[in-house]
Design a protein around this ligand. Structure first.
Ligand code: HEM
Length: 365
């Protein structure tokens, strides 16, 4: 048994508080009452080994901050395209050869976006380092590393798209990767939440899990936002100028790539709505799983809203507010589906039932 300071304090019966994680197992009262109880002495090293896994609320809060900052960055990035400010600053990494140019006109959007992106990059780096040092689960450490790698690549794509004068492929890749970065941080948030840590992996034999439909819906939403990015960055946003009909018909004449891409985005929106709706229905079947059903229902509601925002984007001739809201809402739909899908992989912890540490350690594997 390693003789740590906490362990020695417990042996002397002077431990001031229960070790991190003990409250999740129902052993905390015993620690407070009699820290030198043989059960507590046996449990100390285990709790200390698992403490970062079992209870790291500050890391969770920091991840929440990174996710919120990324959402703000998505708003800022959406505004750059919606206001046509992509080339307001023609150089990179500096802006007009300076760190802080006068923030007027399109420069406010473009350089503001760069400043927020810099802050988000720094926050993601800190998150990856902290996760590397404190997280015992290899998969979670990898996810944090992947989020950092994606963020670095995202910065390079952003710079490249400016230097190459907004080529559609690079700009669309930049838009898609932004959504993936946000989804990764949301996934980190889910797996570091206490609700995840306090639960065990779902029993694969227990009923039909909504994981499949939720994962398929998330994949379809990603495909749809990639189609949207192609539309937006090839300038095909108004290739079909009316809504809900297309040139006054159900099916438009396919006389250009722009019309075909635009129409594909509209048709696939209906498929996405059906898939997200079905996933929400499946998630709602198990009444004991509000933690899965609520984000799934939220995704379905936001998808419905997304159709209206898409229509509003067209009818308003790509006004700034509906087009930017359309981009950001897509990120929220994806996030809600990621949350629901991941949570559906866990078994709920019945109220009042203590979690055996062994189960938590098993889930860390
Ligand atoms: C589930 C449904 C939908 C999703 C997830 C979705 C997602 C997106 C995203 C993410 C973009 C922007 C990509 C970017 O640059 O980052 C976009 C662009 C666009 N979407 Fe959708 N969309 C959906 C439905 C619709 C519908 C029903 C319409 C109706 C016409 C529509 C119209 C547009 C238009 C016009 C653009 C280009 C806006 C511009 O050029 O500024 N979308 N979509």
């Amino acid at each position: 048994m390693p003789a740590t300071a906490g362990f020695r304090a417990a042996r002397r019966g002077t431990a001031a508080k229960a070790p991190s994680g003990a409250h999740l197992t129902g052993m905390a009262p015993l620690f407070y009452k009699n820290p030198s109880h043989p059960r507590c002495l046996r449990a100390w090293p285990r709790f200390q080994r698992n403490a970062p896994l079992l209870d790291d609320p500050w890391r969770f809060r920091f991840t929440l901050l990174v996710a919120a900052a990324m959402l703000l960055l998505l708003v800022a990035g959406g505004l750059v395209t919606s206001t046509g400010s992509g080339l307001a600053v023609p150089d990179w990494p500096l802006s007009f050869g300076r760190l802080l140019p006068p923030m007027v006109g399109g420069v406010l959007f473009e350089h503001g976006h760069r400043l927020i992106a810099g802050a988000v990059g720094l926050l993601t780096l800190i998150l990856a380092v902290v996760t590397e040092r404190r997280e015992p689960r290899r998969a979670v450490r990898r996810l944090a590393r992947a989020a950092l790698g994606a963020e670095v690549l995202q910065g390079l794509l952003g710079g490249l798209t400016v230097l190459l004068r907004l080529p559609p492929v690079v700009s669309a890749a930049h838009a898609c990767l932004a959504q993936a970065c946000f989804a990764m941080v949301v996934a980190l948030l889910v797996v570091t939440a206490r609700s995840w840590i306090a639960s065990t992996p779902a029993d694969p034999r227990a009923g039909r899990s909504p994981f499949g439909p939720l994962a398929v819906a998330a994949g379809a939403v990603y495909l749809q936002l990639a189609l949207g990015a192609i539309l937006r960055h090839t300038g095909a946003g108004l290739a079909i100028p009316d809504f809900p009909l297309a040139f006054g018909r159900l099916v438009p004449p396919f006389d250009s790539f722009d019309v075909a891409a635009h129409f594909a985005h509209r048709v696939f929106a209906v498929v996405v709505l059906a898939l997200v709706g079905y996933a929400a229905l499946r998630a709602g079947r198990d009444r004991s799983r509000g933690d899965v059903a609520v984000p799934a229902r939220m995704a379905a509601t936001l998808t419905l809203l997304q159709l209206f925002l898409g229509g509003a984007a067209v009818l308003s001739r790509l006004a700034v507010v509906p087009t930017t809201a359309h981009v950001v809402n897509a990120a929220l739909i994806l996030a809600a589906l990621v949350i629901a899908a991941l949570r559906s992989r866990r078994a709920p912890l019945p109220a009042g039932v203590a979690l055996p540490v062994a189960a938590a350690r098993g889930s860390a594997a």
